[in-house]
Design a binder for this molecule. Structure first.
Ligand code: AMP
Ligand code: MG
Length: 425
């Protein structure tokens, strides 16, 4: 386990009081160690899990030479003489029902897509390109080239080659590919365990009455959603009062039971903000502010208690700040801890329809709506109120508009970075 000092060595802009987003990401990456245990699960249960070892193909894919089109299989040598080619139909090959014999010179075999290519054949001519009376086919030698319309054994994947590398987050195509190799059990990393809780005397849980000055806790719901989508095991530790003893007790439970802990609230410099202080008592704090908006107060470090340790992400309390700091900072770290290869969020250039006021010196993640304009071009519009507490615009938005650290005001029509919320999963 790296010490915090090791992790901070050589970082050019390490200012724990106002770290750039890139520096924060790199510190977090240095401390995020993958869980080691690997377990074996059935193929369908491997969906969204992280592949624990390289998968070596036990088969050639395709396993045998086969037709890529419905037509007639024959030896491509027959094309060499040019002119009109006439071949006698020697039999039929269907997918799963091979032609038992072999085609001799002057013969062809009626063949359907996916059928085993008969011995003596290396070329398929699609049925639309021939004339036939059933017993014989005729076509011009220029209608097809030798070896065309055949899928050769091993051309997609050769036996003994790696089919998939460790660290892959398994998507539908991947579990399909695994099944196509006849592999029934997949080695995956054990699930990462992530504990989370909200802090704040003002918070009430759904189902409780709201007295004056109180509000419903939403962060445990957005965090539940984001963590569940990531495929981690979640441990919801509820709402913790703004009280150092209660906080310490909950952090100890979290450190005992989880690999990572996510808290919200209590990381600024208010009188009831104890998270950072408690993190320093029970472990080490790497930084507590990031030059980003929303999400500036952000305490990150490691807890070390009762012989166990866990990374702690102390997110701000404001609901939209929780979500942007989760996606922009925490997500990468959790993937790394899950043993996944880096899964960078694409940030694509798109023209903004809205002018945006921006001060250089912090990275901003605005809530945006990506849609087509009247001419059919994709453009992004800023989604209403951008206060760190406004969850409604986070719900209405479908992307982040990313404005880089050094950037100033943005005029309508300029290109901005856009990270869409939903990907193909
Ligand atoms: P804090 O970071 O604790 O100062 O909280 C900042 C703001 O976020 C305050 O207005 C809190 O009431 C609000 N807040 C904190 N935690 C939550 C939560 N779990 N759900 C909704 N709002 C919250
Ligand atoms: Mg608070």
């Amino acid at each position: 386990m790296k010490t915090l000092d090791d992790a901070l060595v050589g970082l050019p802009d390490y200012d724990p009081n106002a770290l750039t987003v890139d520096a924060a990401r790199s510190i977090v990456a240095r401390l995020a160690q993958p869980v080691e245990a690997i377990e074996s699960v059935a193929v369908r249960s491997a969906l969204d899990r992280v592949l624990g070892r390289d998968l070596i193909s036990p088969l050639d894919v395709p396993a045998f030479d086969n037709a890529a089109m419905d037509g007639y299989a024959f030896a491509g040598d027959a094309l060499a003489a040019g002119g009109v080619v006439r071949l006698a139909v020697a039999g039929r090959a269907l997918a799963g029902r091979p032609f038992g014999g072999s085609a001799c010179a002057g013969q062809c075999v009626r063949i359907m897509t996916g059928a085993h290519l008969p011995a003596g054949c290396d070329t398929v001519i699609p049925q639309e390109l021939v004339q036939t009376d059933g017993d014989e086919v005729m076509f011009d030698a220029t209608a097809v080239q030798a070896r065309r319309h055949v899928r050769y054994a091993g051309e997609d994947l050769a036996q003994g080659q790696p089919a998939m590398l460790a660290g892959k987050v398994l998507r539908p195509a991947d579990i399909g590919l695994i099944a196509s190799l006849g592999i029934a059990e997949v080695p995956v990393r054990r699930r990462l365990r992530v504990a989370f809780f909200s802090t704040g005397d003002e918070l009430r849980s759904v189902g409780q009455p709201l007295e004056p000055g109180t509000l419903y806790d939403s962060n445990r719901y957005t965090l539940f959603g984001m963590l569940t989508r990531l495929g981690v095991e979640v441990l919801d530790l509820g709402v913790v009062r703004d009280d150092p003893q209660a906080l310490e007790a909950t952090l100890r439970v979290a450190c005992r039971d989880a690999d990572a802990i996510i808290t919200s609230g209590g990381v600024s410099v208010g009188e009831a903000d104890f998270t950072r202080e408690m993190m320093a008592r029970l472990g080490e704090v790497a930084f507590w502010k990031i030059a980003m908006r929303p999400g500036r107060p952000f305490a990150f470090g490691r807890l070390d208690c009762d012989g166990r340790n866990a990374l702690l992400f102390g997110l701000p309390g404001n609901p939209a700040a929780v979500m942007s700091s989760f996606y922009q900072i925490v997500r990468d770290a959790l993937f790394a801890m899950m043993g996944a290869a880096p899964q960078p969020l694409p940030c694509l250039p798109v023209a903004t329809a809205t002018a945006i006021a921006k001060r250089p010196g912090r990275t901003e993640f605005l809530r945006g709506i990506l849609a087509r304009d009247a001419a059919g071009q994709w453009q992004v519009t800023v989604a209403g109120a951008q206060g760190a507490g406004v969850l409604r615009t986070m719900s209405e938005a479908n992307c982040f508009v990313v404005l880089e650290h050094g950037r100033g005001d943005v005029a309508a029509g300029e290109t901005v970075g856009v990270t869409v919320f939903e990907g193909l999963v």
